[in-house]
Design a protein. Structure first.
Length: 246
């Protein structure tokens, strides 16, 4: 088992954003996390990645209790993520953004890599996501689609085993969304990744994952294979509104 979260709770004042949530993710799985806005999906990812500390519960990654560990410590263990709104360094180039992630990595220090070696490795990751020709372009000059790709490249550059993808389709047109979905699947296979994928575009997520978790009002209300979950009356009522034809 890669990740085991047990009875997680996160409060913001009087609001319970994550309410006694438990989940298990096995190695090699691609698990979808869906639910209405405000259901607690991103808060859950923030807890697992260390951006928030839980008010209750425990998180174990590959047998290590990471509940109190800082984000950078979790990255060193093999946890990476992307963001709903890309968090890139806008006044740096695409190449520099990926190299920056490598310079901050555990292997950079252990292997005593040079900056030139980090830049060379960054080129490799840019090529994988199809951004090699944009390596010298400032992030602020990249369209949203390419910023999404760059976030994936940067996450890969930390040498992860587990990646959380947070609404990578947001703001993309259907063609771009399909391209990103294919890329995520290819990265999973090539890098032997385990993935937790938060998404609102159901036609993508339902065709890209083996298992789906559904959150509503801070709780997981359903779990199972995509074709079963979308027919669950509780899910239909809370989120979908009608059964999805896949």
């Amino acid at each position: 088992m890669v990740l085991h979260a047990n009875n997680l709770v996160k409060r913001f004042g009087g609001i319970v954003a994550v309410n006694n949530v438990s989940l298990k993710i096995n190695g090699g799985e691609v698990v979808g996390l869906i639910g209405p806005n405000g259901s607690g999906k991103t808060t859950l990812i923030n807890l697992v990645s260390g951006f928030y500390k839980p008010d209750g519960g425990r998180i174990v990654f590959e047998g290590i209790d990471i509940t109190k560990k800082e984000p950078y410590e979790r990255v060193k263990l093999g946890i990476a993520r992307t963001f709903q709104i890309p968090r890139l360094i806008s006044n740096m180039t695409a190449l520099q953004n990926v190299a920056y992630a490598i310079v901050g990595s555990k292997r950079f220090r252990e292997k005593k890599m040079t900056l030139e070696e980090a830049l060379s490795e960054a080129i490799y990751y840019l090529d994988i996501v199809g951004l090699l020709r944009k390596r010298d372009v400032l992030v602020k000059d990249l369209p949203l689609y390419e910023q999404r790709l760059l976030e994936l490249a940067r996450a890969l550059a930390t040498n992860p085993r587990f990646i959380m993808v947070d609404e990578v389709m947001a703001g993309l047109n259907p063609v771009e969304a399909d391209n990103v979905a294919k890329l995520v699947q290819r990265l999973r296979e090539e890098f032997k990744l385990t993935i937790l994928w938060v998404e609102h575009v159901l036609r993508i997520i339902m065709r890209s994952v083996e298992r789906v978790l559904v959150m509503n009002e801070g709780k997981i209300i359903a779990e199972g294979p995509p074709h079963e979950v979308v027919k669950n009356p509780v899910v239909v009522k809370a989120y979908i509104g009608e059964e999805v034809v896949l």
